[in-house]
Design a protein around this ligand. Structure first.
Ligand code: ADP
Ligand code: MG
Length: 238
């Protein structure tokens, strides 16, 4: 577990400033949700934290460590995307263990971690199946399982439920709450679904055009939005 600190984080793509100075401290074990309109920079910010994009300016710290120059694999972070391609020819167990196997983790340890993650995700009975024998929600659990087995200090989720149908999304929302309750790991979660944000977040970060508009607990934002933009996103229905 670790806190995550963003200090003056900036990102340009060519001449376009996409992230325009973000300062934020996420506490150890906190569940923080990023919301904001499409194109405001949510995914880019996650990718900067993960090290999948280079910073144009500022720093990213994980715990006390400045990881700005570190490769993604060294950061102790695992990221789950909205499209979660599983290897079709591998079983669930193989899909979950593959990354660890590549990292030369010994087999007994791979088995131990896969079994433990499967238990947390209640997919133990699916370990010998192939992806095509799974439902959408089960596949998403396997994708999360691949992240859990790495035992990261921080989880990043980029709209992990947006490819699922509405009913399944509601069910999986509770799974994330339960997962956080069990693992107690720092989680940063991107969504454009207000209800998801309100239900899951310890704090919500509202982003607009590469900047933070407001940060607060869900009820704080709901009852005391700083401006109309935040109100439109989170505020009480009028
Ligand atoms: P969000 O996830 O909030 O929808 P993104 O972080 O994906 O937003 O994108 C923010 C902005 O950066 C958008 O205008 C997008 O077109 C642009 N962008 C994202 N990735 C790249 C890239 N690799 N090259 C150029 N522009 C990009
Ligand atoms: Mg995005």
């Amino acid at each position: 577990m670790a806190n995550v600190t963003l200090e003056g984080v900036r990102k340009n793509f060519g001449a376009t400033e996409v992230i325009r100075g973000v300062d934020l401290t996420i506490e150890d074990g906190e569940f923080v949700v990023f919301v904001g309109p499409s194109g405001c920079g949510k995914s880019t910010l996650l990718r900067l934290i993960a090290g999948l994009e280079d910073l144009t300016g500022g720093d990213v710290l994980i715990g006390d460590r400045n990881v700005s120059g570190e490769a993604p694999a060294d950061r102790g972070i695992a990221m789950v995307f909205q499209s979660y391609a599983l290897y079709p020819h591998m079983t669930v167990r193989q899909n979950m263990g593959f990354g660890l196997k590549l990292a030369k983790t010994d087999k007994a340890e791979v088995d131990r971690r896969v079994n433990a993650a499967a238990e947390v995700l209640t997919i133990t009975d699916l370990l010998d199946r192939k992806p095509k024998q799974l439902s959408g929600g089960q596949r998403q659990r396997v994708a999360i399982g691949r992240a859990i087995v790495r035992e990261p200090q921080v989880f990043l989720f980029d709209e992990p439920l947006s490819n699922l149908d509405a009913a399944l999304r509601v069910r999986m929302r509770y799974e994330f709450a339960r997962l956080h309750g069990e693992l107690k790991t720092t989680m940063i979660y991107v969504t454009h679904d207000q209800v998801e944000a309100m239900t899951l977040a310890d704090r919500i970060v509202v982003l607009s055009a590469g900047r933070i508009e407001q940060v607060g607990a869900p009820m704080d934002l709901y009852e005391h939005p700083d401006n109309l933009f935040v109100a439109g996103f989170i505020g009480s229905p009028r």
